[in-house]
Design a binder for this molecule. Sequence first.
Ligand code: ATP
Ligand code: MG
Length: 653
Amino acid sequence: MTILSRRPAEAPPTEGEFVESSTFEPMATTPQYRAPKAGIDPDREKSWLRRAMPVVFAHKRMFITSLVLSFVGLVIQVQIPKILQDAIQNAVVFHRTGLRGYIVIMLVLAVGVGIAGYISRYFLMRTAYEIEFDLRNIMYTHLSKMSFPFYDRVQSGQLISRANSDIRSVQMYLTFAPSILVQCSVALVAFGYMLSINVLLALVAMIPMPFVYFIGVEMRKRIFPVSWLIQARLADVATIVDENTNGVRVVKSFAAEQRELTTLAKSTTRLQWSYVKDADIRASFTPTVQNLPQIGLALILMFGGWLALGGRMPVAAIISFSLYVVMLQAPFQMLGQIIMMSQRAAASSQRIYEILDEQPTIVDRPGAVDLVDCRGDVRFDSVKFKYLDENPLVLDDFDLHLAPGETVALVGRTGSGKSTAARLLARFYDVTGGQVLIDRKDVRDLTLASIRGNVGIVLDEPFLFSVSIRDNIAYGAPNADLDDIVTAAKAAGADEFIRELPEGYETVVGERGYTLSGGQRQRIAIARTLLVNPPILVLDDATSAIDVQVELTIHGALRELMKGRTTLIIAHRLSTISLADRVLLMENGRIVADGTHAELMATVPLYAEVLAQGEREDGARLGTDGEGRDGAGGLAGFGMNPEPNGTWAGEDL
Ligand SMILES: Nc1ncnc2c1ncn2[C@@H]1O[C@H](COP(=O)(O)OP(=O)(O)OP(=O)(O)O)[C@@H](O)[C@H]1O
Ligand SMILES: [Mg+2]
């Protein structure tokens, strides 16, 4: 699908704004999906860091270049105190040479440091974003493979926050920790120089070092749980915000804004508490870690000063010595940060791996074959099904056979398992017992893609994307031309109202299609499925929000479309059931009656009862009077008592 008619995600840059530097995707090009270069190591026994290593190694060239250059820059920097010492000794104290040579050398070195610093930072940031890009891709790729049971369970806010803030914190650590370590390694070089100047003084300067270790260990212990809390609470807040925006219509219709705000406030206060706790721990440890080199400095001044006063050490050496100690300051400051980052990243990685380690449950079996030239023979053979192990059976010995080309209506009380049966046909879930067969092949032996390509389901809750109506209808067949799209829309009774919209087929619908009415959404959803032209069609309450008059007008087109394909219509409305050749009545997870509408009406009291209930609900949902029918409810009021010969008295096609 081109992005031509998609609403741009953000406003394009105005004139003069990042015109040259940015690589702005021009409209009408389809950005290519670039698969991540590596994945997370699946071995759960390994530490989180080792599991993430393949992703880091995938960018090793750029990363190592950055680290090497950063090291080079720092090594050059380390030379400066030594040169300074020489300059003071040779030019200032003993007047053996002029200062100019030293100044030139210093300037050249400064330029070198600048260039190395620039390139290393540039590559570091690029590596960081490449890693982040890969991690996010790994996560989304994984999510796209996950099956329905997973999505029944998880909250989208959790997924969003794990894909955003958790990935960010892992990325930060993966890229910045090595860079900080390189900077710390310069401390070793500096220490080497210090040793070469005066061994004793160098050792004195290092006295505070062991404390760094002890403080570090203590800090990690305290920071980890807080980091975990922060990430978990960020996700809680994301979930509330997500539900409030998606459910804003419910919130407002119950005037529950204040209550929702309170819930959000509670959750943000909890988040704030953990942030403050985190800051508290940082505040109590960081200054100590940062100032340990100052203690070293004091010791040097004391001990070195004493040596210098005694004439046992030149003053210039003490100056360069103290510069080296000051140089240690930056790595020490960062050491504190690295510990914080590592703890947050460890917590975040756990949350990310929790999702990545979960395997999709509905997958192609090894050796699964494609369903080709589907005839449309559908059979449920003693199917038992429960959503969760601890739940009761939803389908219990469910038997159903649809001959190729047959149109069958499935009727039953609410909650009797009709939608569940439809979901099993498309293998959204796997049966607990028995078999679902298409063309006599168990759906578990067929590839998922080919099942979904052959079974078109119009779900009871039509979800539309915030793209044009045209792209919504073409969702399953992105290359369809407009003529086909219009034909499908006509068959679904959508063409007329689409044309009346300001931009016709190019009208972009609001999120989830909320700018359309429920019936309009359903009609677009029907058109979307019809366009794919599946040999097996399932309409799950697909016309429940379409008013009866409109529904009757599209029956002709629908009937035409149902010719030659196997259709399962889940319905509770008599007019919809009238499209079917045969009616199946479902109760407590199994088929209890099978026959024509007339037969069932005559012989199965439950059938009339279920239909009457459906009609009542329909009346309540649609508001009866405006829908061109009398509001008496029930079959009699609907004027659709079947004639003895089983024809549809109320039907007017
Ligand atoms: N995703 C799910 N996870 C757990 N239980 C579920 C899930 N979906 C449905 N159920 C349960 O399974 C049973 C059957 O639901 P199903 O949606 O199949 O009913 P239905 O016949 O389509 O009802 P309706 O006419 O109201 O659409 C219900 O008791 C429901 O609570
Ligand atoms: Mg249902």
